[in-house]
Design a protein around this ligand. Structure first.
Ligand code: HEM
Length: 419
């Protein structure tokens, strides 16, 4: 894999780019995923992209974007044309943080081989067997949060529940003890913090990523000496088709799995709390209608997709909606826009917990479909079932910070209190 990721000029791709038929306004990009205002409410812009610029071109950063459901579906299904091997992040986070072994930035056959190393630890059946322990974690975190709310405290629900739950779940799956989980937690907060308007990764984030890699390196070495029953052991002893994994690949794969599990699930849970804290009828419904949780979670995933976009690089020229996307172009697949496409979902901008969502792209699609989706769904269901009912009625206080990373939708901080 060659990390050729974009810079703010996108110059490595501009050389081959041809004019796009209908250009958006020249004064700055219409869709700027690095801009705080766009992050706060990208949906009107997504609608314009779908309607007027189905092949949108961000001239400043040098990428294209597909926003209609069917186009995202086709591109996702066609990895031979839309390759992941040159990176999937508009700011190149993945290539920089994870390096070799980062399967989400590989194409077959290496992608398939890396996925096989972890697949058996994330099957729906195995995930289901962890239900009692996840339920206990949700119960415990919910009790702590409830006690503080009953005491009249305003509480950051992200710090109290939405982040620790997925961290503990994936940390336990991997075999990290509580002290090491806490260390990953502290470094994770720095790793994914971003500044508004900036596509560059802060030095502190790069240092934090190295710290996590160092920790995982030591843990993997330890598992090679003394195998255990955990995911880190599976990675430490992982074999590809014709060779053992390289040490760098083991570290990259472990770092990917742990970080991919945390911010995504945190974002989903935090978004649900945000709606529940602004609409008491919705909160009560989530408490009362346990049978409706599965459907409600799919609607939250559709409506506020925790990962809003990914990217691919074309391996050949593509003609779409009258626009030629040249070979070697970076193309953003905007899951958050596809999941609000009125061509696919009636009244898409309405959060409707009764909606039957048959397909959405919150977990991606094709060969890179999220391998942690069964776990994320289970965790969310158990948080709604075991943590939420313990809480007194609550409301958002207005003290909140949205996640600013260009591809996330969720919260780094969200304060709630009893009204
Ligand atoms: C609500 C929670 C989650 C969301 C919204 C989510 C979203 C996604 C998306 C959109 C992709 C595809 C990216 C692409 O095609 O470029 C993906 C891939 C992936 N996810 Fe998740 N994810 C979640 C939870 C998890 C969890 C809990 C884990 C680990 C236990 C995980 C591990 C991964 C991995 C390893 C990949 C790469 C799969 C591959 O390349 O084959 N995710 N996720």
């Amino acid at each position: 894999m060659t990390p050729t990721g974009p810079d703010r000029t996108g110059s490595h791709r501009d050389a081959t780019v041809e004019a796009v038929a209908d250009r958006p306004p020249a004064d700055g990009p219409m869709w700027d995923p690095f801009d705080e205002a766009h992050v706060a409410d990208p949906f009107p812009i997504y609608r314009r992209m779908r309607d007027e610029f189905p092949v949108y071109r961000n001239e400043r950063d040098g990428f294209y974007a597909l926003s209609r459901f069917d186009d995202v579906a086709s591109a996702n299904a066609d990895w031979e044309t839309y390759s992941s091997a040159e990176g999937i992040d508009l700011d190149n986070t993945g290539s920089i943080f994870f390096g070799a072994g980062n399967m989400v930035e590989e194409d077959p056959p290496l992608h398939r081989q890396l996925r096989a190393v972890v697949r058996h630890h994330l099957t729906p059946a195995l995930v289901a067997s962890t239900e009692p322990s996840i339920a206990a974690k949700a119960e415990r975190l919910g009790a702590g949060l409830a006690a503080r709310l009953h005491d009249g405290d305003a509480v950051d629900v992200v710090a109290a529940l939405c982040l620790p739950l997925p961290l503990d779940v994936v940390g336990s799956l991997m075999g990290l003890d509580p002290e090491r989980q806490q260390y990953v937690h502290d470094r994770f907060l720095v790793m994914f913090a971003r500044e508004s308007g900036s596509a560059s990764i802060p030095q502190a984030a790069l240092d934090a990523a190295q710290d996590v890699r160092d920790l995982l390196h030591d843990q993997l070495e330890e598992r090679r000496r003394t195998p255990r029953e955990d995911l880190l052991t599976a990675i430490a002893h992982g074999e590809l088709d014709d060779r053992p994994m390289l040490p760098e690949e083991r570290i990259g794969l472990s770092t990917l799995v742990i970080t991919a599990a945390i911010s995504t699930t945190r974002n989903l849970l935090a978004s649900i709390f945000w709606y529940a804290g602004r609409d008491d009828a919705l909160r009560r419904r989530l408490v009362d209608d346990v049978a409706g949780h599965r459907g409600a979670i799919e609607e939250f995933l559709r409506y506020d997709s925790p990962i809003q976009n990914t990217a691919r690089v074309t391996t050949r020229d593509v003609e779409l909606h009258g626009v030629r996307i040249p070979e070697g172009a970076q193309v953003s697949l905007v899951f958050g826009a596809a999941n609000r496409d009125e061509r696919q979902f009636p009244d898409p901008d309405r959060l409707d917990l009764d909606r039957v969502v048959r397909r959405h792209y919150a977990f991606g699609g094709g060969i890179h479909t999220c391998i942690g989706a069964p776990l994320a769904r289970l965790e969310t269901r158990l948080a709604l079932r075991h943590a939420l009912p313990q809480l007194p009625a609550f409301a958002c206080t207005g003290r909140e910070h949205r996640a600013l990373k260009f591809n996330e939708r969720g919260f780094e901080m969200l304060e709630i209190a009893t009204p």
